[in-house]
Design a protein around this ligand. Structure first.
Ligand code: NAP
Ligand code: 8YV
Length: 319
């Protein structure tokens, strides 16, 4: 374990394997060198150590990387796949929690609930009522990335009376929502644009100045995907110039650092990456991190390998 993970993961792995906590070593580099011939698996996620070729190549016996989170843009899966190293993530167990957070963020951004709370605490209600806000009535939600979580968000949004549209690389046969092959065209057609794609090179700055321009001055941007998917500088400029109405953001380009410009904007809502952050859901994710490693170690194979490193292995490891 290169960086600290929740105690229940540490406990689960200590019970079923020999766990080495790299972050406890006084000389991390030396500890890594000494341990390298014996390390078969890694537990990772949300820490500082990037799981890139430079780091992974230091572990010649590595067979599996178990990552805490459904998004695995911190792991070089191409590098791992080419060497027969399995990467696992934690899909599905967090769908409903992240969808709840997304709906919360939509409500907060559109109805300005955090601002209303601040207004009351600041004693301003004693002077006059909180200003009237925008509404969800008669609005259309455009989902960028109608995957497992996107679908859970759509289901909730339907019950709020929102019309649903989506953009992705593929039209999906099993949904009736309106499909847009062009993200700019969808942004033009919807009131709220919600991003829930994977991060990484393929989706970098998918939401750029042109998309924000198309969303328009009444438009709302919600990002629960990864900070990298939105061009943050373009977003700040669009919010500053009121080219869009507001934004609700759970993720940022350089977490946990958030641009001062965003912090100073009273009309945006900012969450500290809490999409899946309930005790219940983080425990379910943590258990899957443990179970993937222990199942693999027991010869039963990984439970949730990512698409880029299929199981059974397609290629034998050259690593
Ligand atoms: P998923 O089931 O794989 O869905 C991803 C969706 O994104 C798919 O519908 C896919 O559709 C679309 N997509 C992929 N690449 C795209 C591209 N280049 N352009 C447009 N659409 C693209 O994944 P999930 O389980 O729903 O999770 C989605 C992501 O949410 C995670 O990878 C993670 O980054 C983020 N997340 C954030 C939090 C949080 O705390 N804020 C929590 C959990 C997850 P097509 O294949 O048709 O393009
Ligand atoms: C977690 C997430 O905050 O699953 C994801 O992709 O972004 C979140 O659920 C994170 O992965 C935990 O480190």
């Amino acid at each position: 374990m290169p960086d600290p993970l929740p105690a229940m993961i540490v406990k689960g792995l200590e019970q079923g394997s020999k766990l080495h906590k790299l972050w406890e070593a006084s000389d991390r580099d030396k500890a890594l060198k000494d341990l390298a011939p014996r390390i078969r698996g890694l537990a990772t996620g949300g820490g500082l150590t990037r799981m890139d070729g430079t780091f992974l190549s230091r572990l010649p016996k590595l067979e599996i990387v178990s990552s805490y989170g459904v998004g695995y843009d911190n792991v070089d899966v191409k590098w791992a796949g080419e060497r027969g190293i399995i990467v696992t993530n934690t899909p599905d167990v967090l769908n409903e929690e992240v969808a709840d957070t997304a709906i919360g963020l939509i409500l907060c951004a559109v109805r300005q609930f955090p601002q209303a709370d601040r207004y009351l605490r600041d004693g301003k209600w004693l002077q006059k009522p909180f200003p009237l806000t925008a509404t969800l009535r008669g609005r259309t939600l455009g989902i960028v990335g109608l995957g497992r979580i996107g679908k859970a968000i759509a289901k909730r949004a339907e019950t709020f009376g929102l019309k649903i549209a989506y953009h992705g690389r593929n039209r999906q046969a099993d949904v009736d929502y309106k499909y847009f092959a062009s993200l700019v065209e969808m942004a033009r057609a919807v009131d709220i644009l919600l991003v829930i794609t994977p991060g990484g090179a393929e989706t970098k700055h998918l939401v750029n100045a042109q998309v924000l321009e198309a969303l328009g001055p009444e438009g709302v941007l919600i990002n629960v995907a990864r900070g990298s998917v939105v061009d943050e500088a373009a977003l700040i400029e669009a919010l500053r110039a009121r080219k869009i109405m507001t934004a609700g953001l759970d993720v940022f380009a350089n977490e946990p650092r958030v641009p001062q410009e965003l912090i100073e904007m009273e009309h945006v809502v900012l969450f500290p990456h809490v999409g899946s952050a309930s005790v219940h859901t983080r425990n379910a994710m943590g258990q899957l991190v443990v179970d993937n490693l222990l199942s693999y170690a027991a010869g039963r194979g990984p439970l949730t390998p990512v698409a880029e490193t299929p199981w059974p292995r397609e290629k034998s490891g050259a690593h």
